[in-house]
Design a protein around this ligand. Structure first.
Ligand code: ZN
Length: 291
């Protein structure tokens, strides 16, 4: 995950109009629902609303334009194989508290620009994944939205401003302060919570867990990408040494410049998949390079 800037000025005005209209209708519908179920206790029906604004084509296009068809959580490029899944950072319909699904969710944020993120299917949808030691567990965000233990969960519009989420948001947080990538050759591609003041980041740990950033196929994709990058770093270093030993040799200079330019174009642009990991590896293996 990398930090991304997506101010509301990038929202398509026509979509914002649709989103605001829906938000007003949802809040009215919820107020009416509350009046209707007053006093019904546990027998009350659930609040149901058919949210539509988050599926609008203008929003999908805007998210793809900012994120370049990359998942906001795992940085995989999904554009070649699947349409964008528009993900609610704070789940709209329900949230999981302990092992219980609580309804309604953050219904008032169902069409809020800052709550809508582009995601791949595996980060977004809970499904059984084969994790370490062949154990299958259900992973993927779904309705999970853990908060700092003992803190207060937002249940009404506006309360989310004081909420303390455990999950990282790519536009609000600096993910590289909470997540780090292992650079050892045998374990390259693995991600773990970074150390914050000497202890493991709880937000990094929760994000790895809920977004399933350690699922085997994702680790494999990152590992292959990392190994290509490390090979490229090696070539860049070799051509740099050659260029320094033969400063007047135009072909040695060209080889070094080509390698350096490719390194940037293929790995060190935020548009590249797994940019957070690539940046981590380059900082470790080419110290002194500012990225
Ligand atoms: Zn993903």
């Amino acid at each position: 995950m990398i930090h991304v800037d997506r101010p509301i000025t990038k929202a398509p005005p026509d979509w914002l109009t649709v989103a605001k209209e829906e938000q007003a209708l949802v809040e009215t519908a919820y107020a009416e629902y509350q009046k209707a179920v007053k006093g019904k206790g546990k027998n009350r029906p659930e609040f149901v609303y058919e949210f539509k604004a988050y599926g609008h084509v203008l929003l999908r296009d805007a998210l793809n334009s900012v994120y370049g068809f990359k998942c906001a959580y795992c940085e995989s490029y999904f554009g070649a194989t699947q349409p964008v899944a528009v993900e609610h950072y704070r789940p709209k319909g329900a949230f999981v508290e302990g092992k219980v699904k609580v309804k309604p969710g953050y219904f008032w944020l169902a069409s809020a620009w800052e709550n809508l993120l582009p995601s791949c299917t595996d980060c977004n949808s809970p499904r059984r994944q084969e994790m370490v030691a062949g154990k299958k567990v259900v992973r993927g965000k779904g309705n999970f939205f853990p908060i700092v233990p003992g803190s207060r969960r937002a249940r009404r519009p506006g309360q989310e401003k004081n909420e303390q989420p455990l999950l990282l948001h790519p536009e609000v947080d600096q993910p590289d302060q909470h997540l780090e990538f292992i650079t050892d050759h045998d374990r390259v591609g693995l991600v773990r919570p970074a150390l914050v003041n000497g202890s493991e980041s709880a937000r990094g740990a929760a994000s790895v867990d809920v977004y399933a950033l350690d699922r085997p196929q994702l680790i494999q994709a990152r590992s292959e990408h990392a190994k290509r990058l490390i090979s490229h770093i090696r070539n860049t270093r070799l051509t740099h040494e050659l260029h320094q030993s033969k400063p007047g040799d135009a072909s040695a200079r060209q080889a070094y410049e080509d390698n350096w330019n490719d390194l940037h174009a293929l790995y060190l642009s935020p548009a590249n998949p797994y940019f957070a990991m690539a940046r981590h590896i380059v900082r470790a293996k080419l110290p002194g390079i500012h990225i």
